[in-house]
Write a new protein. Sequence first.
Lengths: 110, 110
Amino acid sequence: MDTRAYRLQSKTAKALAHPTRIAILEMLRRGERCVCEMEPELEASQANISQHLAALRDANLVAGRREGMRIQYRATDERIFQVLDLLAVIRHDQLNQARRALASLESVRA
Amino acid sequence: MDTRAYRLQSKTAKALAHPTRIAILEMLRRGERCVCEMEPELEASQANISQHLAALRDANLVAGRREGMRIQYRATDERIFQVLDLLAVIRHDQLNQARRALASLESVRA
DNA sequence: CAGTTATATTAGGATAATCGAATATAATTA
DNA sequence: TAATTATATTCGATTATCCTAATATAACTG
């Protein structure tokens, strides 16, 4: 078992293991954003968003660039969006399967 | 912000947020495995492997099928391996970039 | 310089993840 | 049925994550 590699992969996965951090990355998919632009869309405090950005920075998934008073964040590797897309289709299919299973159980009562 | 969708996506990501769980999935990539086959390859106790399998089951990423005394586990969605592949290349590039950055800093002392 | 805006960091408490140890369950074999 | 093998679950302690509140830093504005 390639412990070191798996540790690093799980570190990246851990960075995605929070809905707010996924929401942040989804915003960055559409281009650079400062925290002040994220604040209204995410339902989280400024401090909390900064903390989640720190986690994403720590995992090397985002980087910021100062522009006057603001700091513009961007994704450092576009492939993270492919990961998000895959997670979305996996989730989507899981929901569909669960719905089908429920429907077939319910149809028995007829 | 689509809170529900992001919660489900982050749940899947959280299941990947541990090196042992990634190692388990990598074993399952090569086919069905029982816990007793995982035990020597992973450096973890039987109980601990069972606990990680429970986490993967809870996220719907693996399923087990009893076969006599053993329970054969398999991945429920092959696309999870695409996620692992992406995490691997992202990690690989991050390492390379860090190495290049270090090398260029070291070359200054000449 | 004083005040303001944008962001980051720290501290503290609550919740969750992790692991080892012990125990439970389930199938098999003697 | 007793012993054995394979796996799961529970408990408790430790560590990590998360959030809010407060404070710090940094750049801009008057």
